[in-house]
Design a protein around this ligand. Structure first.
Ligand SMILES: [Zn+2]
Length: 434
């Protein structure tokens, strides 16, 4: 007998909707059928969509910024995530420069993540590496991780990775079947000035910094067979320039991510008295750049959030350099992107992410996969509230395609009828025998 049947929903499987029952046994999807079989528990979801659980590959829970930590930790952040149908997140290890430190960072983060209600894994984060990149890469793979993030900026906090090291990492990404993540902004084009306030964020981090550095990466990729995933593409100008010069790399060597904030807000918001609540990096862009992002959105491979949430008070510092950058988006991400682009976003927030980051048995409703399921009520509405650990969300008043009714992780309810049920997430490893 099956453990659970989710009955009469519109099931999204193999890129189309069909009215079916989804049968679950031992945390896995055991059958998808129109036939009635016995199950210990049954839940009727007539009129609702049964979608694969969302996988958010860009999340910063409890991010330590030295003087302050981001306010959603693995518990409150994963609760907010579950309320948005997210069943797996990929967070980041603290930045490290060598193979001994990356292993320590892994064990530290693994401890911190134990409170997560949903499944999780990590990207390693490399900073200013000096030598023996190969040992670093091998260690990351041995730890069961599939990706390493580097920064082309933040030299002031010693996180910038040199061009020489990036080129070596690209070569190693091929050799060890690993995905490199790049935070791509040209360091020299970012301006720091102690007189800057939040209103100056767009001057401090202009979009040309993103575009120029992205084009450099395109050139590096043309001369290597490595793989690069560019996080948080913020400007449509950058996207247009990448398509013009690197179209043949897209989906093969170069993968592009964007986030709901770049489709929702423009730089006008920084001129308002509430502008500080909308500060993140890369920042909001002009209306014209956002229009281009909409125009070329089909070239984006994934939608993630860069979730890094703070309280209102944390954002009130007078100087830009004292404001922690980041906002929380994880709960509303799917509803907003779905509102804009319809069902075309489903795979880009589930299956494509699972494939890119080699999360086996995740990302689609298919027999044998983990029963990570997002039951969604597709009735458009305006966002009025949020969950999680912070005292504001910038998304109040924004349009959403609907609401999460149930979220299941490996067959267990985390959200049932819009109410939280306690659950324990687990670490997902990508296997490597080196
Ligand atoms: Zn980030």
């Amino acid at each position: 007998m099956y453990d659970l049947v989710i009955k009469n929903g519109l099931v999204y499987s193999e890129e189309s909707f069909q009215k079916k029952h989804v049968y679950i046994a031992n945390g896995k999807i055991a059958d998808i059928s129109s036939a009635d079989y016995p199950a210990k528990t049954s839940i009727d979801v007539s009129g609702l969509e049964v979608l694969p659980g969302i996988i958010d590959p860009h999340v910063h829970f409890a991010l330590d910024l030295g003087t302050i930590s981001s306010k959603d930790d693995f518990l409150t952040g994963s609760i907010a995530a579950a309320y948005g149908g997210v069943t797996t997140i990929i967070d980041f290890l603290d930045p490290t420069a060598d193979s001994v430190s990356v292993e320590k960072a892994y064990h530290k983060r693994l401890k911190e993540a134990q409170t997560s209600c949903i499944d999780f894994t990590f990207h390693a984060t490399i900073k200013a590496p000096k030598n023996n990149l190969e040992a670093y890469v091998k260690t990351v793979k041995t730890l069961g991780l599939h990706s390493i993030k580097f920064f082309t900026t933040y030299s002031e906090s010693h996180r910038k990775t040199s061009d020489e090291a990036i080129k070596k990492l690209l070569t190693l990404s091929k050799k060890y079947n690993l995905l490199l993540l790049g935070h791509i902004e040209n360091d020299a084009l970012i301006h720091h000035d102690e007189r800057f306030t939040y209103r100056d964020l767009k001057t401090s981090r202009p979009s040309v910094a993103e575009t120029v550095e992205a084009l450099k990466m395109v050139e590096y990729l043309k001369h290597s067979d490595g793989k690069l995933y560019m996080v948080h593409v913020s400007s449509g100008k950058t996207l247009e320039a990448i398509i013009e010069t690197g179209r043949s790399l897209l989906g093969k060597q170069l993968f592009l991510e964007s986030c709901p904030q770049y489709f929702t807000f423009t730089d006008k918001i920084l001129d308002s008295s509430q502008g500080a609540l909308y500060t993140f990096a890369p920042p909001v862009r002009s209306q014209a750049e956002q229009d281009l992002l909409f125009k070329y959105q089909s070239y984006l491979h994934t939608f993630a959030t860069d979730h890094c949430a703070f309280n209102k008070e944390d954002k009130q510092a007078e100087k830009l350099s004292d404001i922690p950058l980041g906002i929380g988006s994880i709960e509303h991400s799917f509803g907003i992107m779905r509102y804009h682009f319809g069902e075309h976003v489903i795979n880009r927030m589930s299956k494509s992410v699972a494939t890119l980051f080699q999360l086996k048995q995740k990302g689609s409703i298919a027999i044998g996969n983990d029963a990570d399921i997002h039951v969604f009520d597709p009735t458009p509405h305006t966002i009025q509230s949020h969950h999680g650990g912070t005292n504001y969300t910038p998304y109040i008043g924004v349009k959403s395609a609907g609401q999460t009714v149930h979220t299941l992780v490996r067959g267990q309810f985390v959200i049932k009828n819009k109410k939280l049920i306690k659950h324990r997430g687990k670490l997902i490893r990508s296997d490597y025998n080196g």
